[in-house]
Design a protein around this ligand. Structure first.
Ligand SMILES: Cc1cc2nc3c(=O)[nH]c(=O)nc-3n(C[C@H](O)[C@H](O)[C@H](O)COP(=O)(O)OP(=O)(O)OC[C@H]3O[C@@H](n4cnc5c(N)ncnc54)[C@H](O)[C@@H]3O)c2cc1C
Length: 420
């Protein structure tokens, strides 16, 4: 009998395992895959550093030589580069001015091993079929160990199954995002021209002249670069018959992206991600909660996913600790976790919506003396426990003024994204 069964050993599940073991709460991770396994989501934001430090994982990241990410760079189709460096805005509790780009198969394996070293019992290759309930409370899981179906009991269950959303599906809690229906095709390449030395190891985002379209360029090793093309799914449906054509044709709508890829050689298969924005109608219930992508997923334009996974693990562990201290595992007792996560991810979502509403506004704001640091603070992932975010109000006001004007230069760039 374990105190907590964590279903899923991605960043959220592994970080939670590390936190719970440190708190003396006996926990087990059941992971369907056998790591190392590939995964999308290779670029971090700096707020993640705080959590890595807390669970003692920073040393591992340094030891393994993951690429240091000092900033981010945006390329509108016009060809001009706009870059930010994290060093411009030091963050409380973080004493390095960079974060990391990672090969997720290696990173996720290391995170899982780290949790194991700190006391988590880890089973890989174990697919959990369902969470078991009695009298409205989660009491364990039904899992496949090889071809054997086994029921395991626990006082508490955590869903960390990522976009598989085990509990979201089982309890019909999943609500598809009303706005975003993005479609991504990505692969690894050698021979990508990463541009000038100062920004070569930044993440590069190229804006495309298609609906909600952009390209990511993420250095994975000195030689290998991850490149992904993202756009509204209907762009793919309406105009393309295969992924390769979609990838190259849309990428070429930005001359800088085309230039960066002129000598690139693909070294693995194209992978596709679709239908990925949603939220669960609740993140917690009696004796269970959901962390990371299993709770909510927002568009990845600002590389927020792993940071959200890590912070949800941190905040979930704090609430679970209180529950074990008080003996109260009720939905009500767990609600503060949900409120905190909804607040943080809600800020990311708002930022993303305003970004897509009027693309030139983002580059305008990161160049403005008045707003640059506040935008940077968001890009670093400082979104939790904030009462207000004045820069989002300022973005909203600016958009309203463009909407009202007949002659504003940005008027034709407004999209139909609702921002009310
Ligand atoms: C196109 C795209 C680009 C992205 N880019 C970035 C980026 O640059 N930076 C960033 O930070 N994030 C990015 N993300 C998001 C990032 O991939 C996720 O937010 C992150 O991986 C979430 O971690 P997690 O632990 O919640 O879930 P996951 O990493 O998905 O881990 C879930 C684990 O659960 C296991 N599992 C699933 N079902 C079961 C089951 N039934 N039983 C047992 N185990 C199970 C899976 O095998 C998996 O290992 C991107 C996402 C997309 C779609």
């Amino acid at each position: 009998m374990y105190d907590v069964i964590i279903v899923g050993g991605g960043p959220a599940g592994s970080a939670l395992g590390s936190f719970l073991s440190a708190a003396g709460i006996k926990n087990m991770i059941l992971e369907a895959a056998n790591h190392p396994r590939p995964h999308v989501g290779e670029s971090m934001v700096t707020s993640s550093t705080r959590v890595f430090k807390e669970i003692g994982f920073l040393e591992v990241l340094e030891r393994e030589g993951f690429i240091h990410k000092y900033g981010a760079s945006w390329h509108p189709p016009t060809g001009k580069e706009f870059a930010i460096e994290f060093a411009e805005f030091p963050q409380e509790g973080i004493d390095q001015n960079y974060t990391y780009h990672v090969d997720r198969s290696k990173f996720d394996l290391l995170m899982l091993k780290h949790a194991e070293q700190r006391g988590t019992k880890v089973y890989q290759g174990v697919h959990v079929k369902q969470v078991l309930f009695e009298d409205g409370r989660a009491v364990g899981v039904r899992a496949m160990f090889g071809d054997k179906e086994v029921d395991l009991q626990s006082k508490f269950v955590v869903d960390a199954t990522g976009r598989n959303t085990l509990l979201g599906n089982q309890l019909k809690l999943k609500v598809k995002d009303p706005i975003f229906d993005q479609y991504a095709v990505h692969a690894w390449f050698t021979g990508v021209d990463r541009g000038n030395e100062r920004t070569a190891d930044f993440i590069h985002i190229y804006f495309l002249e298609i609906e909600r379209g952009w390209v990511w360029q993420i250095p994975i090793t000195p030689e290998i670069t991850s490149v992904g093309v993202v756009a509204d799914k209907k762009v793919f449906r309406q105009s393309f018959s295969n992924q390769e054509e979609y990838f190259y044709t849309t990428l070429r709508t930005n001359v800088m992206a085309e230039h960066a890829m002129r000598n690139a050689v693909r070294i693995n298969e194209f992978k596709v991600e679709g239908d990925y924005s949603y939220s669960l109608s609740k993140f917690v219930g009696n004796n269970f909660l959901c962390v990371g992508d299993a709770a909510r997923f927002v568009d990845p334009i600002f590389s927020s996913g792993v940071s959200v996974a890590l912070y949800s693990a941190k905040y979930a562990s704090e609430r679970i600790r209180v529950a074990f201290e008080t003996g109260d595992f009720s939905e009500e007792a767990l609600k503060p976790y949900e409120t905190r996560m909804r607040g943080g991810v809600g800020i990311w979502y708002e930022f993303i919506r305003l970004y897509y509403k009027l693309l030139p506004l983002f580059t305008h704001f990161i160049q403005s003396k008045e707003h640059r640091l506040e935008v940077l603070r968001l890009l670093q992932g400082e979104v939790y426990d904030r009462k207000d975010v004045p820069v989002l109000d300022a973005m909203r006001k600016y958009i309203e003024s463009v909407e009202k004007s007949d002659s504003h230069l940005m008027k034709s760039r407004l999209t139909d994204i609702p921002i009310d």
